[in-house]
Design a protein around this ligand. Sequence first.
Ligand SMILES: Cc1ncc(COP(=O)(O)O)c(C=O)c1O
Length: 403
Amino acid sequence: MEDRPEIKVPFARVDASGNEYQYLKEVLESGWLTTGRFAGMLEEQFTGIIGARHGLAVNSCTSALHLALEALGAGPGTKILVPTMTFTATAEVARYLGANPVLLDVDPTSGLLTPEIVEKGLESNPDAGILMVVHFGGHPAAMLDSDSGRGILQLCRARGVRIIEDAAHAFPARIGDSMIGTIGDVTCFSFYANKTMTTGEGGMVTTEDDTLAERMRTMRLHGIDRDAWHRFSRPGAGWEYDIIAPGYKYNMPDTAAAIGLAQLERHQQMHERRIELATRYMSELQQLVGLGLPACTVPRSDHAWHIFPVMLDPEAPVDRDQLISEMNQRGVATSVHYKPLHRMSYWRQECRLDEAHDARDFPGAEARWRGSVTIPLFSSMTDGEQQHVIDTLEAILEAPTAC
Ligand SMILES: Cc1ncc(COP(=O)(O)O)c(C=O)c1O
């Protein structure tokens, strides 16, 4: 059998040191496991923290993205602008509805869409109906620019293009006084196992728009006009319901919401720990030869620090795959965010892309992904675990001696 190196620092580890077990026990003992009181409380508390008008708990961010596109009326032929530097979920939901994603490049240092890239994308695609913005890594994209009036949101509003924010990485993050979740038409969060707060699998979709919220609420549960909780949980509520649309099965069960409520109670503490860890990486890794650190490019933006992607320069003593393999040998788990969509066979075929497009249309993403490695960052990470990651990187990249 192959000798596998022992994992000393995992890529992520859930931080369940609060009321997770207690709330889960309460749900199990209540006799009601599916969507009910706990999911309702999670929605209320999450929207309270974000400051959003509506929040719907769902079973993944992918479901949230699908609901958002459907509610905005995306269908066959709708052109949807999507950054290439993202997980496939951001774009795949467009295909569920027969809509057509058009991939946009990103800024090489941040991995984000910029107003300049969006403006170019809108000019080349005047028939685009929707823009998906990804707050890559937890760093908010430049949605608002009160000085120039040329933030991404403002550029889209001027052309009547609707905005969905993929905030899978971005709870809690803000731009100025606005929390992510209150800016675009609809915002979609992920509570997947490695996210800044988790329900195992799950998500939340927020909006300020009553009509969009109503449509997403209906489509979240089979297109039923009244969910089971409201039919069966109150005496005399009545069994009858109607089907008003061909909906989906995207509701969040109370078992997941119980974990989410406990996570939400400690979100600030978990966020502060992520900031502390990221700050230490920033100061201790800055002298390493050939290693680029995450850039904070948007003024007054608060970073959620979901992940910590570093970038190897071409002058680095090892390449990306060597670094990943050597870190793995020393017990440090890593990931890559992301191999861009334009390099994935399905999207290459779907968007009719070939090598000529790579350099011409996606220079930022091309420059970024070749050297990109994501190192462990999670709120339950110990100082010792972080030190091991730092020592490992130093050993591989050999810090230069001071002159
Ligand atoms: C940018 C982005 N969008 C969407 C998703 C999908 O999230 P979920 O797994 O909750 O569906 C992910 C998952 O990691 C993601 O990274």
